[in-house]
Design a protein around this ligand. Structure first.
Ligand code: TXA
Ligand code: MG
Length: 319
């Protein structure tokens, strides 16, 4: 089993030895390895059972470090990095040759971000290496927001789990890049589109909702719990499933009291940030409790709410 602790020096040594470390970030926990060592990166794919066509995000401690491995090929990218890093924004930059093709699945661009978490930054500084890190969950499952989530599912495959407490944002980073001169967002996440637009101008959404394996972070049935999940109008869905034991994930006012229904409220005070923080944890709880079906309502579709609804839709989608 992995050692769980708060010793960033010990974790940095593991990274330098080519081993896997679970790294807390403000979005979700990452499964990190030295991005410059192919054999170390391979271990990530093996541990997660992740297909090689799904590229990894490179984590660095500074904009200068990013420039060692990638080129900001458009001024908007630099501007976004300088405004929002460290933070829940990943930028697709032109890759330099010192990053193995395995990290980017052979693509000419590399996804880069600086995580906003003291322990992650300490780890990056102490090991002196860029870290390739996808979310630390088995491929296709819900991302972890606590060290215990990682330990339960991947503990046997990781050398050290850095316990940095509960992730502050709870949703993965927003992914942005430039395509045909346009600023595009490929994955909704912890940084709202509206906030990006204020800094860098209009954004085009390129969210892939098909099962296109070329953009796997966008796979329709990603982020999914094991139990069946229905999303939409709560009253109708409850009526249609009266005979079942249900976990109900709701938002805001929700007065349901029934012995067959376990109610998990994303945010009683209708706060999207709190809802983002709770969603993945609640999906895991629903998977572990006695109920047989999960019913989930949508949240208002603005700001962070759009990313939350995106994850709910994907959790509900069947392959
Ligand atoms: O918040 C996050 O982004 C977390 C933390 C750990 O940083 N990481 C994360 O990684 O969510 P992951 O691997 O679960 O999702 C990364 C997604 C990939 O599925 C892929 O769609 C996209 O980022 N991606 C990575 N590199 C890319 C590239 N070169 N071109 C296009 N998309 C890329
Ligand atoms: Mg992931």
């Amino acid at each position: 089993m992995a050692i769980t602790g708060t010793d960033t020096g010990a974790a940095a040594t593991c990274i330098q030895q080519g081993l896997l470390v679970a790294m807390p970030t403000e979005t979700v926990y990452g499964l990190a390895a030295d991005a410059t060592q192919e054999t170390a990166v391979l271990k990530i794919f093996e541990a997660k059972q992740r297909p090689f066509f799904d590229p990894l995000i490179l984590h660095v401690p500074s904009v200068a470090a990013a420039e060692n491995f990638a080129v900001f090929h458009d001024p908007r990218l630099k501007q976004l990095a300088e405004t929002f890093w460290p933070g829940p924004l990943t930028l697709l930059l032109q890759k330099k040759d010192n990053i193995p093709d395995l990290v980017t699945s052979g693509l000419p661009q590399v996804a880069v971000r600086i995580p906003a978490h003291t322990m992650a930054l300490e780890l990056l500084q102490k090991c002196g290496l860029p870290l390739a890190a996808p979310s630390a969950n088995p491929f296709g499952y819900v991302s972890p927001t606590q060290a215990s989530h990682v330990e339960k599912q991947l503990g046997g495959k990781i050398a050290y789990i850095l316990d940095g407490g509960e992730s502050r944002v709870g949703l993965e980073s927003t992914i942005a890049g430039i395509e045909d001169g346009r600023l595009c967002v490929y994955r909704l996440g912890g940084l709202a589109i509206e906030t990006i637009e204020k800094v860098a101008g209009p954004v085009t959404l390129r969210l892939n909702v098909s099962s296109d394996p070329k953009a796997p972070g966008q796979l329709k049935n990603h982020y999914a719990p094991r139990k069946p999940l229905l999303a939409g109008d709560i009253d109708r869905l409850l009526k249609e499933n009266q005979d079942k034991k249900i976990t109900l994930i709701c938002f805001g006012t929700c007065h349901i009291s029934d012995k067959n229904i376990t109610v998990l409220n994303l945010s009683e005070k209708s706060d999207p940030e709190q809802a983002a923080l709770h969603l993945f944890k609640f999906l895991r709880m629903a998977d572990e409790n006695e109920t047989e079906l999960v019913i989930c309502g949508f949240v208002p579709d603005t700001g962070l709410g759009r990313a939350i609804n995106d994850r709910i839709r994907r959790a509900a989608a069947k392959a």
